[in-house]
Design a protein. Sequence first.
Length: 370
Amino acid sequence: MRKQIENILLHALTNRYAKVGTKTELEERYKQILPPPIKVKLTENEVYSINKVWGKLGKKIDFRYWQFYKKLGMFNASMVPENLYVGYIIRTLNPLKLSKCLQNKNHYPLLFRELKQPEVVVNCIRGVWYNAGMEVLDSKDATRIFADVDECIIKPVSESCSGHGIKRVKIDGRTDYQTLFDSYGGNFICQKIVKQYSKTDDINASSLNTFRINTFNVNGLITVEDMIFRHGQQGSVVDNGHGGGVCCGINADGTLSGWGYDAKMKRHTVAPNGVPYMDIKLPEVKILMDFAVNAHRLYLPAMGQVAWDLALDENCEPILIEVNLGWPGVIFDQMANGKPLFGSRTEEIIEYVADNMKYLQWKDFLGNWN
């Protein structure tokens, strides 16, 4: 009886996650480019090829995903559908009971001690203050340290998807520290502003422009299969697509795909500095690729996928900004690159998930509702 109840809960929760994925990532964009009654039809061969790739998971296929990509001129049967990704794939690759803890920003100074990160001003964990060396502070000392910085970034330790809750704060005599701190509920981290590499700064100076590097650890092999470059628009602090920035595809040699998309589905072909994306090359991305693969191996071997948000500092050295494990996202990456998220390992990853999703439990889907 207990097993039957657990199976019912598992079925209900996986379906719920899948629906949330479609609603959050696909439906509004679908309406933007395919307003009713406009439809894009898939050919019989296209439907067959989609079923051949994704039928191995034994789940219902929502063909709107491929209609969406076809409308954008980038149909590929291996494009990853967000509903299957959220409902089954990422939960199998990254068990939630591990990923929720490992992506908590309060823990970055401890978990990733040897990786260069933005310098910590103060770190607040369950209402207790710590300095950059993780020594306990009283509130007066914490406020004094905070007040000695001209400007800093404050981040919630989780649920900061799309830049939610991340603030760039100028410190002066009028700053209401207590109200600011209270708004984060006792769990947040304050970091100094990162001075970025000249090439990325030139593209847009108002935002810290980052690289999303997706590494996959399946069957003992860790590889980079997908990357995007993200920048803010003029005057914007946030670089990610959901937060108003632009996501551009980037290749292993540092050439950009030639286009980028923002959250309103506007296609951009020219960077804020006036240079066409097709004329921009950032070969330094190879430094970040090596960094991501090594960091995945050393720090997160239990994770099947890690979406690293990395930047290049003023000395062209990799700096860790964020680790995304719970729901890294799919659509922006695939739109920006015009190709599947899993790249050359699509078949291998699908087979791995098909073989291992039988170990999913209903408890793997608790929390993180949108």
